[in-house]
Design a binder for this molecule. Structure first.
Ligand SMILES: [Zn+2]
Length: 132
């Protein structure tokens, strides 16, 4: 993937910018060039709220390379309030188990650091919504 395109896509992902079909109004994330519901290519950017509900969740003890320092962690499918379901890590859930149906909110967190001098990669994660 071209570096500039990759950089723009990462920036869009961190802001949770998806697409909304101008024909049937379906909202998708990440951005798409064709609507998966009606096939239209008339789509516009749509910024998602970052609020959602845990659709399913599991605890990861054996992480892929680069994520070993974060185990164990929760990985979840989060159903955003606008409809898309996305895969994300959960954060700030040490004191509480994550459960299906819990309300969560998107936050930006460091996900990988390549050594002391290398690039730091940020990504979205989801944290439990504060009650009250
Ligand atoms: Zn559509």
């Amino acid at each position: 993937m071209h570096f500039a395109r990759s950089w723009r896509q990462q920036a869009a992902n961190l802001r949770l910018v998806g697409s909304q079909c101008t024909s049937c109004k379906k909202i998708s994330f990440p951005e798409r060039i064709r609507c998966t519901q009606c096939g239209s290519t008339e789509l516009k950017d749509h910024r998602l709220s970052g609020r959602g509900t845990i659709f399913t969740v599991t605890r990861v003890f054996e992480a892929p390379r680069g994520f070993g320092s974060q185990v164990p962690y929760f990985a979840a499918l989060v159903e955003l309030e606008e409809g898309p379901i996305i895969c994300a890590m959960l954060t700030d859930v040490d004191q509480k188990d994550a459960s299906v149906g819990d309300k969560v909110t998107m936050v930006t967190r460091r996900i990988i650091a390549h050594g002391d001098d290398g690039p730091i990669i940020y990504a979205y994660k989801f944290t439990p919504e504060l009650e009250g």
